[in-house]
Design a binder for this molecule. Structure first.
Ligand code: NAD
Ligand code: AHE
Ligand code: ZN
Length: 375
């Protein structure tokens, strides 16, 4: 199939707020600096459904969603040297070009390589065109991954080559949610031993923040969610206490326990009112509040500047600060040796791409952390 168009099954989002259409599409061969991969497994992230629900200002239709996957390289385009046919990879929506003139890749302060960000946000490959079509009609890419498809094309710089002995039906989650949560407690901010942590939103992202904060030696961890079904998961992964903000104001509750506030607070909901609360519950003088959640189009954050004047720091993270091609393989190895555990995040498994709409319904229902679909 190398150099040929592949016909395969994909789940196409023709428009917002409609079920995905499982149909046959064409996937063009990889061009210069690109690779074509066969997707093995895909976990569903809240950001996929946020885009499908029409909340993403960058959302484009028709598109192929999906960005938490494992895959095997089927063919490579001109000039590709870092991966070969047959390699196992995790497509990463944050690439790492590693070029000496990339100030972001050369900096230890950030993972935000901008090399292909502009075209990625427009749903196309770096040359401005798409590799997907159906009956000649172009279909957009999504987040540089589009892994709700048997085959997809990604940039070489988006491919983290991983140990092929990993359980590919599990480590797909390291393509986004779980890596993000871990990084938000291990990298930026780096939770220090004995400190306090509060997390709003106990989905896979918030729970992985809790898991990593516990491993970092946090002294006290608070979990907050409107869905009380999530509390058992949170306690298992390290939360000391959980509360429902529909019953009591979460800031009042936290400040009643920790007089000057919480050392590290995290929004893992995407709700801008929660982001404000998380900032204002952070410790006077030096508390750090990290935005992980993705807010809907048109939403903005607000607070009194006094909250910052009095020493709280408002920050955010993309992909937990991990430099994708360098760090994701290391995270996979830590999972393989049992140093990091991802099993608790998989609540549902589906045997075929045909089931992808069921995985969406289940994540919407609040009963799911991660649903893995075998592609
Ligand atoms: P999820 O839907 O599985 O979990 C979200 C949780 O938030 C749910 O348990 C829900 O009940 C809870 N919640 C919703 N509104 C709430 C409120 N007002 N107060 C308290 N809890 C509330 O989502 P997820 O996959 O864990 O993702 C979480 C967020 O992180 C999403 O916004 C997602 O788009 C974003 N995200 C960001 C990054 C990044 O790199 N910054 C990476 C992955 C996901
Ligand atoms: N398209 C949205 C932005 C969405 C967003 O912030 N995405 C997160 C990752 S969510 C993963 O599930 C992110 O890391 N963004 C950095 C980037 O470069 O996209 C919008 O508001 O336009
Ligand atoms: Zn995601």
């Amino acid at each position: 199939t190398q150099g040929q168009v592949i016909k395969c099954k994909a789940a196409v989002a023709w428009e917002a707020n409609k079920p995905l259409d499982i149909c046959e599409i064409e996937v063009a061969p990889p061009q210069k600096g690109e690779i074509r991969v066969r997707v093995v497994a895909n976990a569903l992230c809240h950001t996929d459904i946020y885009t499908l629900d029409g909340h993403d200002p960058e959302g484009l239709f028709p598109c192929i969603l999906g960005h938490e996957a494992t895959a095997i390289v089927e063919s490579v385009g001109e000039g590709v040297t870092s991966v070969q046919v047959g390699d196992t990879v995790i497509p990463c929506y944050t690439p790492q070009c590693m070029e000496r003139d990339c100030v972001f890749c050369m900096s230890q302060k950030t993972n935000l390589c901008p090399k292909i960000r502009a075209t990625q946000g427009k749903g196309v490959m770096p040359d401005g065109t798409t590799r997907f079509s159906k009956d000649g009609k172009p279909i957009y890419h999504f987040m540089g991954c589009s892994t709700f498809s048997e085959y997809t094309v990604i940039a070489e710089i988006s491919a983290a080559k991983i140990n092929p002995s990993a359980d590919l039906n599990k480590v797909c989650m390291l393509g986004c949610g779980v890596s993000t949560g871990w990084g938000a407690a291990m990298v930026n901010p780096e939770v220090k031993p004995g400190t306090t942590v509060a997390v709003w939103g106990l989905g896979a992202v918030g729970l992985s923040v809790i898991q990593a904060a516990k491993l970092q030696g946090a002294g006290k961890i608070y979990g907050i969610d409107v869905n009380t079904d999530k509390f058992d998961h949170a306690k298992k992964l390290g939360a000391d206490e959980c509360m429902n903000p529909l019953e009591q104001d979460s800031k009042d509750w936290l400040l009643g326990k920790e007089k000057w506030g919480i050392n590290y607070t995290y929004d893992c909901t995407g709700n801008v009112a929660v982001m404000r609360t998380a900032l204002e519950a952070a410790h006077r003088g030096f508390g750090e509040s990290c935005i992980i959640g993705v807010a809907a189009a048109g939403k903005e954050i607000q607070t009194r500047p006094f909250q910052l004047v009095t020493g709280r720091q408002w920050k955010g993270t993309a992909f937990g600060g991990w430099k994708s091609r360098e760090d994701v393989p290391k995270l996979v190895n830590k999972v393989i040796v049992g140093e990091l555990n991802i099993d608790d995040f998989i609540t549902h498994t589906f045997e075929s791409l045909e089931d992808v709409n069921q995985s969406i319904d289940i994540l919407h229902s609040g009963k799911c952390l991660r649903a893995v679909v075998k592609i």
